[in-house]
Design a protein around this ligand. Structure first.
Ligand SMILES: NC(=O)c1ccc[n+]([C@@H]2O[C@H](COP(=O)([O-])OP(=O)(O)OC[C@H]3O[C@@H](n4cnc5c(N)ncnc54)[C@H](O)[C@@H]3O)[C@@H](O)[C@H]2O)c1
Length: 453
């Protein structure tokens, strides 16, 4: 017999929400790669804690979530709606092949003003890099001395695990998160070595070149039950072995490649064109940047990894298969130019050739004078807090990939066989609906017919 009601179980689950442990004690944030993004994030957290600045750009700190009908007027702050760790409970460590502490590294990165850095110098100078797992074959333009030595890659992974355990103990943290803010590694593709934990461990013992340093940190974290987020376009956790470990050890994963600057704008504009059935002939994007990231990306191997990540966005948003007349033949080019005078202040130029009614062409030019690390730092904060939430949630912690965090990435991870959602607004709705679901609130569909009954 047809019924208009949901199953009783679904209704109860929906009302009750799911179990989430309270965020008691300190949350330890571990960062491989203490460069521009990492130092801007940590310095920013401390500046906010001291009341020196505001956490602009962070959804967890500034965002709200609408609950119930539009007439109910319920829009709590996200941080009051779900139990997130407080900024005061964050403690930090990191790894880098350069020996600079966070104050020195932040000064060299040149993102934040000296006057701000000096006010938080005592705190920033205490965050010193642990020795890195590094191999120049994977990042050609860097060479540093603060590097671990080991018999093989498994031995290096054991050393990272020992670092994690040491930090857990010395910091007194009750929970830990790892977030990769290290350089972009050369382009790699999955091989047999990445297909299972057993194969991966065997390959590490044999020093298989398919295993990049970022994967060693990821393996070590997941083995220790620590969630891992990947801010670079490297494969890192986008591999069956990591998904297996993540589920097995209830350590959520997400990635990859922070969605900032040019790609952020692209994923804001492209859904708008598609919504209005405006055609696209071409999109030419060029970047001018002068920070260390730009220098690393001068290497063709690292650039290829970044290019793949940046290129996939339009194909997925515009769905040429569904709209061949509008999006079947567009040209998409992305260039990155290392230009030292610009430092971290990137210029992202976009020339967009669109066409409208009867095929008439038009052009849009976007010149985004952005600040890369200023855009990335709040994403790091949100990812840290949301991954910790996922780890404390009975429903999310065993799922492996946290697709609801796609909002933050250029190349979001999905379950095998699913295409990724790149549209920023779908991603935002997915994230907020996940939070509503966790707290047993009704999901928002924006149907709204009930207001006209
Ligand atoms: N800033 C953004 O908007 C943005 C957006 C998307 C992705 N990213 C990615 O985030 C990463 C960090 O960017 P950034 O601007 O801070 O770069 P950066 O060069 O300033 O910092 C990266 C740091 O990682 C270190 N590093 C490299 N390999 C390492 C290893 N194996 N172990 C430990 N440390 C290692 C480097 O020494 C460097 O200090 C890059 O991969 C970049 O592509 C940045």
């Amino acid at each position: 017999m047809a019924t208009r009601h949901k199953s009783p179980k679904a209704e109860t689950d929906q009302r009750r929400g799911t179990e989430i442990q309270a965020p008691k004690g300190k949350l330890g944030v571990m960062i491989p790669g203490m460069g521009a993004v990492a130092t801007t994030f940590v310095a920013g957290v401390e500046a906010v804690r001291k009341g020196l600045a505001k956490p602009i750009g962070s959804l967890t700190q500034m965002g709200t979530v609408r609950l119930g009908k539009r007439t109910e007027g319920r829009s709590p702050k996200i941080k009051e709606f779900v139990p997130l760790a407080s900024l005061n409970d964050l403690v930090f460590t990191g790894w880098d092949l350069f020996e600079d502490d966070m104050y020195t590294a932040a000064s060299k990165a040149g993102v934040l003003e000296r006057s701000l850095l000096d006010q938080i110098k005592p705190f920033l100078s205490t965050v010193k890099p642990r020795k890195a797992v590094f191999d120049q074959n994977y990042v050609k333009r860097l060479d540093g001395t603060n590097v671990k030595k080991g018999k093989n890659k498994l031995d290096l992974a054991e050393q990272v695990r020992a670092d994690i355990r040491e930090f857990r103990k010395s910091s007194g943290a009750t929970r830990l998160i790892t977030i990769w803010c290290g350089s972009t590694e050369v382009f790699l593709q999955p091989t047999a070595a990445h297909q299972s934990v057993k194969a991966f461990e065997k390959a590490m013992l044999a020093n298989d070149e398919a295993i990049a340093p970022s994967m060693i940190y990821a393996y070590a974290s997941l083995m220790e039950g620590v969630p891992f987020a990947n801010g670079a376009p490297n494969l890192t956790v986008d591999l069956p072995v990591m998904q297996e470990l993540s589920k097995q050890n209830e350590a959520p994963i997400c990635g990859k490649d922070f969605k900032t600057g040019q790609t952020l704008i692209k994923t804001i504009l492209a859904p708008g064109f598609k919504a209005r059935m405006i055609g696209l002939n071409g999109w030419f994007s060029t970047n001018i940047l002068g920070n260390r990231d730009g220098e690393v990306l001068e290497d063709p191997g690292s650039f290829k990894t970044k290019e793949e990540s940046k290129l996939s966005v339009l194909e997925h948003i515009l769905q040429p298969d569904l709209y061949p007349e509008l999006y079947g033949h567009f040209t998409h080019k992305v260039r990155i130019n290392y230009y030292p005078p610009r430092g971290d202040n990137k210029e992202g130029w976009d020339n967009i050739d669109i066409f409208g009614w009867l095929g008439y062409p038009m052009q849009i030019k976007v010149d985004f004078l952005c600040r890369d690390s200023i855009l990335a730092a709040p994403l790091v904060l949100d990812l840290v807090l949301f991954l910790d939430l996922a780890k404390r949630s009975t429903e999310l912690k065993g799922l492996g990939i946290q697709e609801w965090l796609s909002f933050y990435f250029k190349s979001p991870m999905t379950a095998p066989g699913l295409y990724p959602e790149h549209d920023l607004f779908i991603q935002s709705m997915k994230l907020k609906n996940t939070l509503r679901h966790l707290r047993g609130e009704g999901l928002i569909t924006h149907l709204g017919l009930e207001y006209y009954d």
